[in-house]
Write a protein that binds this ligand. Sequence first.
Ligand code: FAD
Ligand code: SF4
Length: 472
Amino acid sequence: MPVPLIKKKTPMSFLDAGERKTNFNEVALGYTKEEALREASRCLMCPNKPCVAGCPVGIEIPAFIKLITEERFEEAYEKIKEKNFLPAVCGRVCPQEKQCAAVCTMGIKNEPVAIGRLERFVADYAETLGADKKNSARAGSGRKVAIVGSGPAGLTAAGELAREGLAVSVFESSHEAGGVLIYGIPEFRLPKKVIKKEIAQLRDMGVEFNFGHVIGRTKTLKELFDAGFEAIFIGAGAGLPRFMEIPGEDLNGVYSANEFLTRINLMKAYRFPEYVTPMKNLKNVVVVGGGNVAMDSARCALRMGAEHVYCVYRRTRDEMPARAEEVEHAFEEGVDFRFLSNPDLVEADGKGFMKGVRCLRMELGEPDESGRRSPVPLEGQYDFIEADTLVVAIGVSANPLLLETSPGLKLNRRGYIEIKRGTFETSIKNIYAAGDIVSGAATVISAMGGGKRAAREIVKCLTEHNISDERK
Ligand code: FAD
Ligand code: SF4
């Protein structure tokens, strides 16, 4: 008898909203083995594999899901790792609803398969089996490659290159590896131990990490070549915060989301005084923006004890770029959304601090180049929000430090590194780049996809072999 089709995806357990907003514990609890088996059984194993084409690193999704249905979890893990060095990270933060799950055949008439939740299950379960300790690096060729930046782009390039036997050294300006994964995305969405475990595997493969190295300042790209590196991969991200450039933005109480999140996540202000970075007492907080960064800032503010957190966004909920699940969670936790609204003035209290934000009401006009309907101001119509803190989460740009000290490195008109289509090589021979420093702010998996393809080109250029077909 045919097995009946399960139309809805298997629910995952989450911490209760009332409880979770008082702490930084992980909100999404992951599937149990039984839940994973049930969800895996929903996959139709489509021969044309649309989900694989929807994944920027090309994970063989039906193949790993089939291995789950057969309870061959270690092999499922190996299958994912052929293409993805950070499965426990991606299973937690990838916007699957816009990628693999968006094109899942099940999603045409029913709910798509919960691919990300299954990926996370496999990665977490593999740890319990000890399967995450294995690595399969080729014998070393002795040829040296430098990686600038240890975000998802740099880590993926490092893993691909080490696996192919190249000697890889990562140069990272911060004191910890992980880029946005470690300083931006909060513990309650992505526990730091998950990233550290995946980075430890790269170390086991021979990748060397050098911290406190600001390339462009402590060493130039030329000095890296002089030190014997034959190729350089730049994955320096886009970490320069943008501001709204409105009056009062220089007042005390106004933060860029980068600073706000770095203080809380990387410097662990939420564990003050055990960690020495303090955070001011938050009462009424306004966060501006509608992306993941804004959701993380708003939800961190709640957990840091704020009484009221507003999220001001100039479009509506439908146009928000944040992951759907994070928006849902922010609502559940009590973030007060003010849609069709845009700050145009931060009001001062006369003592150098802010006392509130004036917001101009908006309406939606014609679609812009992003395809979303653009916000149009309703002249003269204002709201005032009393607040002691404003967190600006409206986007980032490329940090100019490395770019300005690297003569010959061509930038595009948006100020990001220009690469040759298909090869990821920059205007300087043997220097490659990918991730946010090329695309502008994007996603973890797109940065990883770029890092992987650039690494493939470096391998082709420095060694006699191509990365084997099954790993491409
Ligand atoms: P980064 O992660 O920015 O890493 C760059 C690294 O390079 C950093 O460690 C930096 O210190 C280092 N560096 C910079 N300059 C130098 C230099 N001169 N020398 C040496 N090192 C240098 N994406 C998702 O898919 N899902 C999410 O849920 C999600 N949430 C996000 C939440 C926040 C708060 C933020 C900020 C971003 C989020 N993103 C999310 C986007 C995603 O994290 C980025 O697109 C991704 O991290 C880009 O990877 P990257 O490797 O290009 O750069
Ligand atoms: Fe399974 Fe969906 Fe991929 Fe088809 S498209 S193989 S149903 S995950």
